[in-house]
Design a protein around this ligand. Structure first.
Ligand SMILES: *[C@@H]1O[C@H](CO)[C@@H](O)[C@H](O)[C@H]1NC(C)=O
Ligand SMILES: *[C@@H]1O[C@H](CO)[C@@H](O)[C@H](O)[C@H]1NC(C)=O
Ligand SMILES: *[C@@H]1O[C@H](CO)[C@@H](O)[C@H](O)[C@H]1NC(C)=O
Ligand SMILES: *[C@@H]1O[C@H](CO)[C@@H](O)[C@H](O)[C@H]1NC(C)=O
Ligand SMILES: *[C@@H]1O[C@H](CO)[C@@H](O)[C@H](O)[C@H]1NC(C)=O
Ligand SMILES: *[C@@H]1O[C@H](CO)[C@@H](O)[C@H](O)[C@H]1NC(C)=O
Ligand SMILES: *[C@@H]1O[C@H](CO)[C@@H](O)[C@H](O)[C@H]1NC(C)=O
Ligand SMILES: *[C@@H]1O[C@H](CO)[C@@H](O)[C@H](O)[C@H]1NC(C)=O
Ligand SMILES: *[C@@H]1O[C@H](CO)[C@@H](O)[C@H](O)[C@H]1NC(C)=O
Ligand SMILES: *[C@@H]1O[C@H](CO)[C@@H](O)[C@H](O)[C@H]1NC(C)=O
Ligand SMILES: *[C@@H]1O[C@H](CO)[C@@H](O)[C@H](O)[C@H]1NC(C)=O
Length: 860
């Protein structure tokens, strides 16, 4: 099940029968070394200076976690005490500090997707970064752009922003800037092709009854990779992200954390990534192979949790001493890690973690797993929330999408005499907001999915609490029925109510938790727990039924969305701790909704393509996930199949109205595209490896059980490795893997995020937007382009903004299209190209409401 040290390099051929027929990942070596390009120059220089002073064991220490649950964070590397460099702490999650206390529970990524608001994405990132920094965490394990959201039922889509790569890319980059401006390294994840929970890890799948020997393989063609899944990661690299986490799955039958094509070629070669690649937890499958394929940090460090053994640690020290792994590669790993640390200013802000991920007790053993070391304060209960609740409440309201509003049912006036709150999703989890581990249940109102992408709530304001307080203050009456099977009580209440607010939800999460038979991915796209019947019970008895949906993605609404008594529908996503307050702000009109759906709402399950592989399709080998739909996911697929959605991508109403006019398009003077060329420097080698005798365990060291160290038991390398296949297959390292000489620069490379000329502005577009109603509101102008050609989507989103307009106010929105915005990936040239097909631009308020259109001038 697990690969040995070396043979995994050849795993494509070795691990599966009829390998010829399976998707294959071509080798790409050597692993590019950092050079400090872009705004990395000073951090890189400092990193080189400090790494030059390190011994081999010290460098190895930085690359390898010390083992699962040994120290305080979900992942912690060794340090370099001699030079004052601490072990570094990596902590979940993408929406706040996980496994801690007195932290905020922020809205999920998908809600940021719905805001389409760059500023809010930045502010949320910065606020999260402050909380991580204050808790003593060095790397936040987020944000997420993989999964991107290929499958509407993919379990972890909600951790990211949207299935559209341009919307995701912008919000991903802003989140990263926010986190890193707060002094914490952001970890963009998961790289790449991690679009389903089923079969993401073979051992996990064995746990739920499938005897597969390898993790699933995402088989993605080169064009789709560039134009869809890699796109937001280019934005992340351009934004200066310090870390990228490789994923559990395989890509073309080669594990993501040792896929040289993905890591060496795409990420470090083409995108010029200067930070470090960290493995997902137990996604590391080999020693030298992974090192040469571009992995820089092993997390949590051990081969399997608490095995006390590691593919790296001692083995990596030995691998350099016996000449298998070149010294420059370990130098590069250490430089990348230290450069990220310096780039965000971690050296100025560093404090030891003042919480424990494993217990809420105040006192505990320093080394949790083995109950060893001093018995000391492990939780300082530091409140790091600042005033972030205001921002969380605002994002919750600004991400609430108004899908239907007949006869101005909303906003409520506050004069409603009898308000009915109907549905379990209105109320509290009877087990407590944090009552299910990692939010692994769907009890009460839903404000977060489940899995490692969560935090503990400091509190959770439910819709029932917030709305009840408001109604009482207004002098009305309010009643709640929150048992989803109490249909007759709901009918009675609804029949008497002035307005019925009906709450429904649909949940999903990470594959290690099963909630109601859902192994992470959703089993269906319907509402959970009798939701459709709850809505119908209210709607057949109350002519003013307003439905509020909390969900991880699209749900089927076809049974009731056009019911004449359903006067309004709101999608509130996963709003985090201030859920009820955010919603009340929208319901009572303190906030005019401006959000737009970040995904498509199809009519039926069949309106979507069925992408998830939920039964093994390759014997007991790796299940094969063939991404044959190419770039045609979400709205691009609906457009191609002529499938009319109920609510399209980008759709959302306001309490006011907007008008679009005066589209103007102007070519800008940009110089022609030049493919990058030339060669890199040779790989720098920073110091001598020394001899085995330099790296023996220090005498007198009290070894902690299961702790991963960089040292050797003896000068006998084979014995110190303890590897039964030691030395047997060293020539499996692919050709060129160890070559540290100057290498050609890829044509699409040459700068952070790719060839700098991709980011040249080629065309300027402007439109006039007017608020034609009588209250202030936000509008999100959306610019789509059609790239032309026989195999292209009808339109693709390229630019958007969120603007606030007073009644009758007019605004000229101006934006620019870059070369990347107008390019396709040319597989033969291995470069971006602006094709000669005629191109068009479309501007409007959703992917299907595009009143303005024009041909684009020819550019190159
Ligand atoms: C996967 O295989 C496809 C088809 O040969 C190829 O276009 C693509 O570049 C490969 N990707 C990786 C990461 O190996
Ligand atoms: C490696 O890190 C551990 C944990 O931080 C530390 O105890 C040890 O001294 C470090 N080893 C070296 C060689 O610095
Ligand atoms: C927790 O971290 C903060 C830094 O954010 C530090 O000032 C403080 O000393 C730490 N608190 C404790 C109790 O260790
Ligand atoms: C699982 O598959 C492996 C490899 O084919 C086989 O050796 C093993 O017996 C199988 N285990 C079960 C429980 O079926
Ligand atoms: C070295 O790696 C092999 C797996 O390739 C593992 O079996 C062995 O235990 C490791 N050695 C140490 C000291 O961690
Ligand atoms: C809470 O969730 C658990 C786990 O999903 C479920 O078994 C239980 O029925 C739920 N209880 C209530 C009261 O909702
Ligand atoms: C869909 O799954 C949810 C969660 O398991 C369940 O509550 C619901 O009844 C299912 N829907 C249908 C139509 O089976
Ligand atoms: C709408 O609600 C009214 C009660 O206000 C009810 O009499 C009527 O039957 C409902 N309409 C439908 C189509 O259910
Ligand atoms: C809903 O029914 C009430 C009486 O139950 C009536 O006063 C009101 O006009 C109706 N509203 C609509 C929109 O039909
Ligand atoms: C190294 O020595 C330790 C302590 O004696 C022992 O537990 C461990 O198994 C040894 N490692 C190997 C690979 O022999
Ligand atoms: C070098 O060391 C590594 C790590 O222990 C081992 O896997 C590999 O087989 C060794 N190679 C040689 C040629 O001894």
């Amino acid at each position: 099940m697990r690969f040995g040290w070396i043979e995994a390099a050849a795993l494509t051929a070795a691990s599966v029968v009829s390998a010829d027929e399976l998707a294959y990942s071509p080798p790409f070596y050597p692993s590019p070394w950092a050079n400090g390009q872009g705004d990395w120059a000073s951090a890189y220089e400092r990193a080189v200076a400090i790494v030059s002073q390190m011994t081999l064991a010290e460098k190895v220490n930085l690359t390898t976690g010390t083992g699962w649950e040994l120290e305080k964070c979900v992942g912690q590397t060794g340090g370099v005490p001699r030079l004052g460099i601490p072990g570094m702490c990596g902590q979940d999650s993408p929406l706040g500090v996980r496994d801690s206390d007195y932290n905020s529970a922020f809205p999920a990524g998908i809600n940021i997707g719905a805001t389409w608001d760059k500023n809010l994405a930045y502010l949320r990132g910065q606020a999260m970064g402050q909380e991580f920094s204050d808790k003593g965490a060095d790397f936040q394990l987020g944000p997420v752009a993989g999964p991107l959201g290929r499958a509407p039922d993919g379990g972890r889509n909600w951790e990211g922003f949207s299935p559209d790569p341009a919307l995701t890319g912008v919000l991903f980059a802003e989140t990263i800037k926010g986190i890193q401006d707060a002094g914490v390294v952001a970890t963009a994840k998961h790289f790449i092709g991690y679009e389903q929970e089923h079969f993401r890890e073979a051992p996990e799948a064995q746990g739920y009854g499938y005897n597969i020997t390898e993790s699933g393989s995402a088989n993605i063609d080169d064009k789709t990779m560039h134009e869809l899944y890699l796109w937001p990661f280019a934005d992340a690299v351009r934004a200066g992200v310090g870390a990228i986490m490789c994923s559990y799955n395989q890509i073309n039958n080669s594990y993501a954390c040792q896929n040289s094509y993905a890591l060496n070629k795409l990420l470090k070669g083409e995108l010029g990534f200067q930070g470090f690649v960290m493995s997902d937890w137990e996604a590391h499958h080999s020693g030298a192979s992974a090192a040469m394929a571009g992995l820089d940090m092993s997390m949590p460090g051990d081969v399997v949790f608490d095995s006390g053994t590691s593919y790296w640690g001692t083995n990596l020290t030995i691998g350099v001493l016996n000449g298998t792994v070149p010294q420059w590669r370990v130098d590069d790993m250490a430089v990348r890690i230290m450069a990220a640390y310096y780039k965000v200013g971690r050296d100025r802000l560093w404090t030891p973690p003042n919480f424990s991920s494993w217990t809420r007790d105040e006192y505990g053993f320093k080394y949790y797993y083995s109950s060893e070391g001093p018995y000391e304060v492990v939780n300082h209960f530091v409140d790091v929330r600042r005033n972030h609740s205001d921002l969380i409440r605002r994002i919750g309201a600004d991400s609430t999408v108004l899908l239907k509003n007949d006869g101005c049912a909303l906003p409520l006036t506050g004069t409603e005499r009898k308000v009915a709150l109907i549905g379990e999703d209105a109320g509290s989890n009877p087990y407590g907001a944090d009552g299910c581990s990692d939010r692994g249940c769907d009890n009460g109102t839903l404000a977060m999915g489940w899995g490692s992408g969560t935090t503990e709530y400091p509190y959770l304001v439910t819709p029932e609490q917030a709305i009840q307080a408001e109604v009482i203050q207004n002098g009305g009456t309010v009643f709640a029925v929150t048992d989803n099977w109490a249909i007759s009580q709901m009918e009675t209440l609804a029949a008497e109510a002035t307005v019925s607010l009906v709450f429904v939800n649909a949940d999903s999460g990470e594959g290690y938790i099963d909630v109601d038979g859902n192994m992470g991915d959703r089993n269906n796209l319907t509402l959970w727990g009798n939701g459709d019947n709850v809505i119908k019970a209210a709607a057949s008895n109350c002519n003013n039924t307003i439905v509020i949906i909390h969900s991880v993605g699209p749900v089927l609404v076809n049974e009731w969305y056009d019911h004449p008594n359903v006067t309004a529908i709101l999608w509130a996503g996963l709003p985090g701790q201030e859920s009820g307050n955010s919603l009340a702000d929208v319901l009572y009109g303190r906030v005019n909704p401006g959000a737009k759906s970040p995904f498509t709402w199809g009519k039926t399950r069949e309106s979507y393509q069925d992408y998830l592989i939920t039964e093994p399709n390759n014997g007991d080998g790796a299940p094969q996930e063939d991404f044959t739909e190419g770039v045609f996911i979400d709205y691009r697929g609906f457009d191609k199949r002529n499938e009319t959605p109920i609510y399209e991508f980008g759709y959302g109403l306001s309490y006011t109205t907007f008008n679009y006019s005066q589209l103007q398009v102007q070519a800008l003077n940009a110089s022609a595209y030049t493919p990058a060329s030339g060669e890199t420097e040779a790989a720098p080698t920073l110091g001598e490896a020394g001899n085995a005798s330099d790296y023996l365990y220090p005498s007198g060291l009290q070894r902690i059980t299961a702790f991963i160290y960089p040292w050797l038991n003896s000068t006998d390398l084979e014995a110190s490795s303890g590897d039964s296949s030691y030395g047997q297959s060293s020539d499996f390292l692919p050709e060129g893997a160890t070559d540290g000489s100057a290498q050609p620069i890829l044509p699409a490379g040459g700068g952070p995020g790719g060839n700098p000329a991709l980011y040249d502005d080629l065309i300027q577009v402007s439109v006039t937007i007017k608020n034609t109603g009588d209250i202030a509101g936000d509008e999100i102008p959306q610019l789509y382009v059609s790239l032309g050609g026989p195999d292209e989507p009808r339109i693709v989103l390229r630019k958007f903004d969120r603007i606030t307009l007073q009644p009758s106010e007019e605004y000229e929105w101006t934006t620019t299209l870059t070369r990347r915005d107008l390019s396709n990936w040319d597989v033969a040239a291995q470069d971006w190209i602006v094709t000669s097909y005629p191109k068009k631009v479309y501007v409007g308020s959703s992917s299907r409401k595009l009143p303005l259109r024009a041909s684009l001038p020819t550019v190159q």
